[in-house]
Write a protein that binds this ligand. Structure first.
Ligand SMILES: CC(=O)SCCNC(=O)CCNC(=O)[C@H](O)C(C)(C)COP(=O)(O)OP(=O)(O)OC[C@H]1O[C@@H](n2cnc3c(N)ncnc32)[C@H](O)[C@@H]1OP(=O)(O)O
Ligand SMILES: O=C([O-])CC(=O)C(=O)O
Length: 464
């Protein structure tokens, strides 16, 4: 670990814009830092448009039009870029670099989501005092309005927790300062200020909303503590969920920090971006994103992994061998199902988020002894070989969902239908950051061109 004074002078290469950003000791607030950063970014975009508007950066193939736009470079996204082999970089920083340099909780070791949010929004590594200030700001804004509490309390407890989360977030749009200001009439140059306020308010309220859903569904009647001004975002979240285990809290900090952003093309982030481009407010935009996250090929896969691993455990017992797992994998594939937690739309190597969560387990002997975590590890040792032999998936390696839920399960958060809600608390960091940037940069409504098969054939002169 570097000395704090050295860290402050570290220069990070910023992958997204090619600039270098010097991290200086600072007491500036998040808004003040953004006020400094926004004009430079606006200038960068202006220059890019003026000098390179017609420069070609890729072709469009028919396979991309009919194949989920895979690999199409068609979106501006500031906070992170995903390399197929190396994985995610947040403003040029890898996960291990973030683990080294982003401030943790007092007495903790893992990345604080507030630190990640600061990095995503500003491109800068915050000082410890800036992060504490942001934690305090979020805690002060963290209480839910009573009409949202009533709405959530009125929902049937067998309504999927993700459905409830999306409804709660959408209902919060009554609070939107952006929507209110837009109705009154504001200049485009002011959009990002109101968007930022909405985004911070939403991030602040997500733990109370998500914890209330957990309480109602799994622990009806249990008291929920109020948001404490002494705790960070996840410290409060874990306490409101009813867990006093510091190891679980640290795990949740790491989980929520590293799930925060995965460039722009993933289904949830893209949905927030698309809906936000209509100037729908951040609450409605993020509510829509949550329903993309709730699909089993995307965020819900972490629930599916647990379901699949527990079914394997039920069938084969705790001391399962590699050969038994192999057979189980083939059984899943032959029945026409996907192996949850494996494969990816962009990645072509093991996901560095998976590796970071595995390292969290490796550092704790009690986790290494856990049957479910051992099973995940053994599955990782054989699944890539089976998937390669199966020959369909372009990426036979684990994504983050392959392991994220198993650690929660070990720590007693066993209700796996809830897991995507935690992902939803996290993805807000990146999706909402981009909404701020989209408004600061004046990005237009998203409206790509679609084509029918007849139109494609006509365009390429294909005969039938
Ligand atoms: C946080 C996240 O969202 S990470 C992703 C979480 N999702 C999962 O873990 C679900 C399992 N994985 C998958 O379904 C896929 O790998 C996805 C959705 C993640 C990516 O999909 P794609 O980019 O289309 O993958 P790819 O190009 O490799 O697919 C080619 C074929 O391999 C299959 N395939 C891909 N992954 C798997 C898998 N894990 N198990 C079995 N088959 C797979 C696809 O279904 C497709 O089959 P088809 O030709 O019959 O349609
Ligand atoms: O990038 C993707 O398509 C899916 C993913 O891993 C994420 O959104 O975290």
């Amino acid at each position: 670990m570097f000395a704090q004074s050295t860290i402050r002078k570290v220069t990070f290469k910023r992958a997204t814009c090619g600039l270098t950003q010097r991290r200086l000791a600072s007491t500036q607030s998040l808004k003040e830092v953004l006020q400094d950063v926004v004009p430079a970014k606006q200038e960068q975009l202006k220059k890019l448009k003026a000098e390179h508007a017609q420069t070609v950066i890729g072709d469009v193939k028919v396979e991309q039009v009919v194949g989920g736009m895979r690999g199409l470079k068609a979106m501006l996204w500031e906070a992170s870029v995903l390399d197929p082999n190396e994985g995610i970089r947040f403003h040029g920083m890898t996960i291990p670099e973030c683990q080294k340099h982003l401030p943790a909780a007092p007495g903790g070791k893992e990345i604080l989501p507030e630190s990640m949010l600061w990095l995503l929004l500003t491109g800068q590594v915050p000082t410890e005092s800036q992060v504490r200030q942001l934690s305090a700001e979020l805690a002060a804004k963290g209480a839910l309005p009573s009409y949202v509490e009533k709405l959530i309390d009125s929902l049937p407890n067998n309504l999927h927790p993700m459905t409830q989360l999306g409804m709660g977030v959408a209902a919060l749009n009554k609070e939107s300062v952006f929507a209110e200001a837009y109705e009154k009439g504001i200049k485009k140059s002011e959009y990002w200020h109101y968007t930022l306020e909405d985004c911070l308010n939403l991030i602040a309220r997500l733990p109370a909303l998500a914890a209330r859903i957990y309480r109602n569904v799994y622990n009806p009647g249990a008291p929920i503590p109020e948001v404490s001004s002494d705790l960070d975002l996840v410290g409060n979240y874990a306490r409101m969920l009813g867990f006093a285990n510091e190891d679980l809290t640290e795990y949740l900090r790491l989980y929520i920090a590293i799930h925060g952003d995965h460039e722009g093309g993933n289904a949830s982030a893209h949905t927030a971006h698309l809906v936000g481009s209509t100037l729908s407010d951040p609450y409605l935009s993020y509510s829509a994103a949550l329903y993309a996250l709730a699909g089993p090929l995307h965020g819900l896969a972490n629930q599916e992994v647990l379901r699949w691993q527990l079914a394997m455990q039920k069938e084969l017992g705790d001391n399962v061998t590699h050969d038994q797992i192999k057979d189980y994998l083939w059984k899943t594939l032959k029945s026409g199902q996907v192996v949850p937690g494996y494969g990816h739309g962009v990645l072509r190597n093991p996901d560095p988020r998976f590796m970071a969560l595995q390292e969290f387990c490796d550092a704790r002997p009690e986790l290494l002894k856990s049957p479910i975590i051992q099973m995940v590890k053994k599955t990782y040792e054989v699944a890539p070989g089976v998937l390669k032999e199966h020959g369909k998936t372009k990426n036979p390696y684990p994504n983050v969902d392959a392991t994220s839920g198993c650690v929660l399960y070990h720590y007693g958060l066993t209700q796996f239908k809830y897991y995507t809600v935690i992902f939803g608390v996290s993805r807000a960091l990146g999706a909402l950051t981009q909404l701020v940037w989209a408004r600061a940069l004046g990005l237009p409504i998203e409206r790509p061109k679609s084509l029918s098969m007849d139109a494609i054939e006509k365009l390429i002169g294909a005969s039938r």
